[in-house]
Design a protein around this ligand. Structure first.
Ligand code: ADP
Ligand code: MG
Length: 698
């Protein structure tokens, strides 16, 4: 400790001038040279602000150290002790453990770590430190998998003991003790930050002011005050995001578009009259939302979210018909040719009887020039395509509606480029990626949201089963019976080719072996990412036409592929895949009236893998699965977050902080009602935060 006091005192005495600023690089801190700054950079820490926002992952209460002699089974305690014995023990073929004996002046106790036998190289006899954990029985009393922290020298200091200590996320070369010391120094030297939260808001939530909160978050007097301080910063972060996305939305709602759409015109009426089935409740309210937007004075920016197969295309058709009634063109952009063509078929089927012209424009459209000419002249009113729509040579006559299918597959720039080809066009995004509500109001907080929760009637949920190795022959027999009955199967493998590094099924070898063996005589085909797209498309088309019984593939089969005749999905090494991905794969079947099945093969290597398969067998709701996925993986990993620029949430955790997120959302709404442009002096800092997030989802 001595060195810190001196450093700080020195710094203070020298610092008659300005103190440290939050924006200073970490090298401005005493004791941080280039090398250390480099190590800290691996944690994303570059400025003093970054360091102070590197909040503890948890805290340990070291106010009370327990004497080893007083440890009782079931207690969670911290002892300060010396390692006296240390050995690795092999329990089973795959499982080893570290078995240590710890000693203090009162006695000895064992400490064990299952599966971490390498610890014997770290915790050698003679080393001293803190050991925190639960005492249980293992051939006598033992601390099981305790957290440990070794003393660096023989001296102890008051940052690391006798108090509640912060426990940080670390990286190579950076220890808890080092971070504690740096944070302490920074807290002592830094200019106290201004508080972005207006006093009234702070008081309403009983949050401490920023300077106090910063100290409490790192070195609290009580664990609760540390947690409250951390919540304060999480809330602040979430409030900034909500203010940003809501401001963007409010600005849009104030805009006046040049025209409003007619929403009860002849095309729409004719479409409704001709529909072969009734809309589901979710489809009906999505259509109502969309037509409401189109009839209003403000431009529509809406996200239509719904599980695969819920019938989003049909909802889009209503919007297209309404646009046509006003004399406007519509464009629907899909991420791949095969999806664009599939949409083309559906749109033609429903729209041509109404006298509307539908064109498909993709990279392989033969007479693209003529097609483009008709689009430019306005002779074609509905255009479906891929990225080809974005090309400069594609010009529209009067594009009034833009629909983006599988919107997460396009970047902000691409989506914007299509929008820019129109006259204030209405914008409808569609996605089958179910996003938990907590994420949706963050990532898509600036859009209006319509959600379809149910599937069309008559669709039984896909039944999902795990298949043990012994049952695989039965599975093959089942596939043969399905083929004989005229039904088709998707057969998904994780790898393209066999690899020495991964003991996983490769589609190339599996395709050959099964086609020649257990599935011989069936019409099989294979697609994977290394084939040219023309070959992939060709196989997909043949599958859609019913010319293939079993399609072997990697995960390249499209999310939106609609093949009602495919009723079986087989997934090899299923535990390899993420939960959301498994759910989306499964969504390729169950699109017709026949009961569909999804079979999961392979033995999960981890407990998490096993849990994923269990969840999938139990649940068929994309939203529930997305929640579970988010919980298991954490939001950082979650698809969509990174794209939205939100993977760098510093403090907030979208799983843990749902309640804070709701509060932030409500508060943001209230603040903007009172001060729509955040012009009041007490909102200056909030307005800066909001501006950073305004652009994330247009
Ligand atoms: P997705 O939301 O995945 O894009 P699609 O629009 O491809 O779903 O629709 C899936 C299938 O369901 C299509 O064959 C479509 O014709 C059918 N469908 C859509 N809505 C209904 C409904 N209300 N009743 C019956 N079938 C429907
Ligand atoms: Mg679709």
């Amino acid at each position: 400790m001595g060195d810190i006091t001196t450093n700080t005192a020195q710094a203070r005495s020298i610092a008659s001038g300005p103190r440290l600023s939050l924006d200073n690089p970490l090298t401005a801190l005493p004791g941080v040279a280039e090398k250390r700054a480099e190590q800290l950079r691996a944690l994303g820490l570059i400025t003093v602000r970054d360091l102070l926002q590197h909040f503890p992952r948890t805290y340990q209460d070291r106010r009370v150290l327990t004497r080893i002699a007083d440890v009782r089974e079931g207690d969670t305690i911290t002892v300060e002790a010396e390692v006296v014995k240390s050995r690795a023990i092999r329990l089973r073929r795959r499982l080893a453990m570290a078995d240590l004996t710890l000693r203090d002046e009162s006695g000895e106790i064992r400490a064990i770590w299952f599966g971490q036998d390498y610890l014997v190289r770290v915790l050698k006899p003679g080393s001293r430190g803190f050991f925190t954990g639960a005492a249980g029985a293992w051939k006598g009393l033992a601390l099981r998998n305790p957290d440990y922290e070794l003393h660096s020298g023989d001296e102890e200091d008051r940052l690391n003991s006798g108090r509640i200590v912060p426990v940080y996320r670390l990286t190579e070369g950076v220890s808890q003790r080092m971070l504690r010391r740096l944070v302490r120094t920074a807290l002592d030297l830094v200019e106290p930050p201004e508080d972005p939260l207006p006093r009234a808001l702070r008081e309403a939530h009983a949050f401490p002011a920023a300077p106090d909160a910063l100290r409490h978050a790192h070195f609290p007097d009580e664990i609760e005050s540390g947690q409250l301080a951390k919540s304060r910063f999480a809330y602040e972060e979430l409030l900034g995001i909500q203010l940003g996305v809501l401001t963007a939305r409010a600005k849009r709602h104030l805009e006046h578009k040049r025209h409003r759409h007619v929403v009860d015109g002849p095309h729409l009426q004719a479409l409704r009259a001709a529909l072969p089935f009734t809309l589901t409740q979710g489809q009906r309210s999505a259509v109502a939302d969309i037509l409401g937007d189109m009839a209003s004075h403000r431009p529509m920016v809406r996200l239509l979210q719904g599980d695969v197969g819920c019938g989003k295309t049909l909802v889009a058709l209503h919007a297209i018909a309404a646009a046509c009634d006003g004399g406007y063109q519509s464009a629907l952009m899909a991420p791949t040719e095969i999806l664009a063509e599939q949409h083309g078929i559906h749109l033609r089927e429903h729209l041509e009887p109404l006298g509307l012209n539908v064109a498909v424009l993709t990279g392989s459209t033969g007479n693209a020039k003529a097609v483009r000419a008709r689009i430019a002249s306005g002779a074609t009113s509905v255009i479906v395509g891929t990225h080809a729509l974005l090309q400069e040579s594609t010009a529209f006559h009067n594009l009034g509606l833009v629909i983006i299918d599988e919107q997460h597959r396009f970047g902000v720039v691409q989506r914007g480029a299509l929008h820019a080809k129109g006259l204030d066009p209405e914008l409808l995004h569609m996605t089958a990626t179910p996003i938990p509500r907590t994420l949706a109001i963050t990532v898509y907080g600036g859009m209006d949201l319509s959600i379809i929760e149910e599937l069309p009637p008559g669709r039984a949920p896909v039944k999902t089963r795990r298949i043990t190795p012994a049952k695989v022959p039965e599975l093959y027999a089942y596939l043969r019976r399905q083929a004989a009955a005229g039904y088709q199967t998707y057969y998904v493998c994780p790898l393209v080719e066999e690899s020495a590094a991964k003991q996983l099924t490769a589609v190339t070898t599996h395709f050959e072996e099964l086609s020649a063996g257990p599935l011989s005589g069936l019409r099989t085909a294979m697609i994977h990412g290394r084939l040219p797209s023309s070959e992939k498309d060709e196989a997909m088309h043949r599958f859609k036409r019913g010319e293939i019984d079993v399609l072997f593939s990697t995960t390249v089969i499209e999310v939106g592929i609609d093949c009602p005749n495919a009723t079986t999905m087989v997934i090899e090494d299923a535990a390899q895949f993420g939960l959301t991905q498994l759910h989306q794969l499964r969504g390729r079947v169950g699109r017709g009236p026949t009961q569909s099945y999804c079979f999961l093969l392979g033995k999960p290597a981890t407990a998490d893998g096993k849990r994923r398969l269990e969840i999938l067998c139990e649940s068929s709701s994309g939203f529930d699965i997305a929640e579970a996925d988010l919980e298991m993986r954490g939001p950082g990993e979650f698809q969509g977050l990174r794209q939205a620029g939100l993977s760098d949430l510093r403090v907030a955790d979208l799983v843990r902080d749902v309640r804070l997120l709701d509060a932030a959302r409500r508060d943001a709404q209230r603040i903007l009602e009172a001060d729509p442009s955040l012009a009041r002096p007490e909102h200056t800092l909030l307005s800066e935060a909001a501006r950073r997030y305004e652009a994330i989802n247009t």
